[in-house]
Design a protein around this ligand. Structure first.
Ligand code: FE2
Length: 327
């Protein structure tokens, strides 16, 4: 594993220097502006000024279907006015996905720095979403958390990232969602002043906000990686194994919007498995069996089914991504 992917199990936010063998992208601001110009309809562009005296700063979204939006964005970037743009570069899961044209640098970083460590940490498969960020002028990206671990490769300008480490009570949960922003901000935040050539690791579920400092444009490329497994996808896979057994979750776990999706993280338990044939580790089995419901399947059969699923998951990639797959 690389120094970067070593931190995946730690759940501690941390900053690194770029690995020695990593080259910087040449002319990062020019590259980023070119990417937004070429892919405006797929980009997200917003503006929010961080004003310490005004807690309710105004957030404005640009219309990415209006070609004039790019010129507004470019002028703000060139004049150091508050603005922020993001654009997906890579979407990849289980060996399938898409890499945007001219995103070779991001693909190289994934391949050389992350892919091997991710494969070891997530034997049932993992996903990666890489995003390009271009911002400046004290633009504030509001506090939120992400569904997977994040590596932010900072390549130009200056940013302050404020990260709230995941409070202990959320780290212990076997089945969880990310809806409680307030509770996740109960920890003492850590400020990271990011310089070009640094990578910030933000664990899944850790709240964070980001400000682009100064007039100089800030360019970063993030990689969100992991295998948060939706409970609804587990149900769909169990029901396929049963050829129709109607295994389900309680109604409150059926929501499918980003922060209300319920997950478990099977790769966290890989180290507890005695052998691939020993079935699902006890703690995970107990928690899953306690919430899964079925009128047709009795509890011992359900437990056997879960252990069979575990054996399957550890021997071939069953991971389909963080958004629920049904049926
Ligand atoms: Fe984020």
């Amino acid at each position: 594993m690389s120094e970067l992917t070593d931190c995946l199990r730690s759940e501690v936010p941390k900053v690194f220097d770029f690995p020695n063998n990593l080259t910087h992208p040449s002319d990062p601001v020019g590259w980023a502006l070119g990417m937004f110009a070429a892919n405006l309809p797929q980009a997200d562009i917003q503006s929010m000024e961080a004003d310490p005296g005004q807690p309710a700063a105004q957030l404005t979204y640009f219309d990415q279907n209006d070609p004039a939006s790019f010129e507004r964005f470019r002028r703000r970037i060139e004049n150091g006015r508050p603005v922020h743009g993001s654009l997906a570069l890579i979407d990849y899961c289980g060996g399938y996905g898409a890499v945007r044209e001219d995103a070779d640098w991001a693909w190289q970083v994934y391949g050389e720095q992350l892919a091997e460590g991710l494969a070891r940490c997530h034997p049932l498969g993992s996903y990666v979403r890489s995003t390009l960020w271009l911002s400046c002028g004290e633009h504030l990206y509001q506090a939120h958390c992400d569904l997977a671990d994040g590596f932010l490769f900072h390549v130009a300008g200056h940013k302050r990232a404020r990260v709230w480490p995941v409070p202990e009570k959320y780290r212990r949960k076997v089945i969880f969602n990310y809806s409680d922003f307030e509770g996740r901000m109960a920890s003492e935040p850590i400020d990271f002043e990011l310089q070009p050539g640094q990578v910030l690791f933000i664990p899944a579920g850790a709240m964070h906000e980001v400000v682009a400092h100064g007039a100089q444009p800030a360019v970063s490329v993030s990689f969100h990686t992991g295998s948060p497994f939706p409970m609804l996808t587990l149900c769909a896979q169990l029901n396929r194994m049963l050829r129709g057994g109607e295994v389900s979750v309680p109604p409150y776990m059926k929501k499918t919007d980003k922060f209300n999706i319920y997950f478990f993280e099977p790769s966290r338990f890989v180290g507890q498995a005695k052998s691939p044939d020993a079935g699902m580790p006890g703690e995970l089995l107990k928690e899953l069996a306690a919430v899964l419901q079925s009128r047709q399947v009795d509890p011992p059969t359900l437990q056997r089914l879960l252990s069979n699923w575990w054996q399957l998951a550890m021997t071939r990639p069953v991971y389909q991504g963080p958004y629920p797959q049904r049926g």
